[in-house]
Design a binder for this molecule. Sequence first.
Ligand SMILES: C[S@@+](CC[C@H](N)C(=O)[O-])C[C@H]1O[C@@H](n2cnc3c(N)ncnc32)[C@H](O)[C@@H]1O
Length: 265
Amino acid sequence: MASDTASLDPDLAKVWLDRWDAQQERYVADRERRFAVIGEVLAHALSGCARPLVLDVGCGPGSLAGRTARRLPSAQIVGVDNDPLLLALARSAYPTLARFVEADLRLPGWSDRLGLDRDLDAAVSSTALHYLPVETLAETYRELARRMRPGGILVNADNLYDEQPAIAGVAAALRRTRLGDGEDWTSWWRAVAAEPALAELVARRRERATGGGDHRVSVSVHDALLRRAGFGQVGPVWQNGDDVVLVAVRSEECAEGREPKPIQT
Ligand SMILES: C[S@@+](CC[C@H](N)C(=O)[O-])C[C@H]1O[C@@H](n2cnc3c(N)ncnc32)[C@H](O)[C@@H]1O
């Protein structure tokens, strides 16, 4: 399992984490509300679990993992991401609330790196899965279904687009009206690069495999991929324009070994 060697001053990590949260709110105006919805979904779905095991997929600096740990104090939280710098911020800001693992979702067997000793009760994700091309997303959902107990729950909060151009256009217009005027993504990363205490992590980050981008996957394609992976019930539980919280419940039967069903679009 990957562990982080660079230890950061927790106060400094918190400064950068707060600045990250403000930067993300520029793009996701209802981010705190969305986190609260995820917390409520987990609290409801996991009310029967004494010590639920929850994975934050694409955890970044730990914004959702930290909030989940506070909302569900009995939960065991693991975060996974492929960015060593963001993970170092997460580990320093939340040294005891969660465990953070470096792994690339694009690589087969990424979940083996998590060091899980039991099945997941839940997986959550915020503003992360749109980085994955649809084939990788399908594989990620299969991997999550394989690691999750039957009845377990996946909660994905992200911008999920409508396939109907007029509806997508209205949602995009709504989103533009909600864009904040705080620090943007590029300025945040430029400021990080100028922070001497983060220099080693900036260098490590540059060495890793690049890629990503915004893969505009619609709700209906997410739905089809999730069902094909073994999540029997799928549906949005909260939405503001194209900002969606999508919930999926892992079926009793695992999809592994079954013939994939064709995607209905
Ligand atoms: C916009 S950030 C969101 C981070 C966090 N979930 C939040 O809401 O603040 C997207 C995250 O997805 C991670 N990510 C993107 N592609 C990934 C991949 N292939 N494997 C692991 N993590 C990935 C990025 O490193 C980044 O931390």
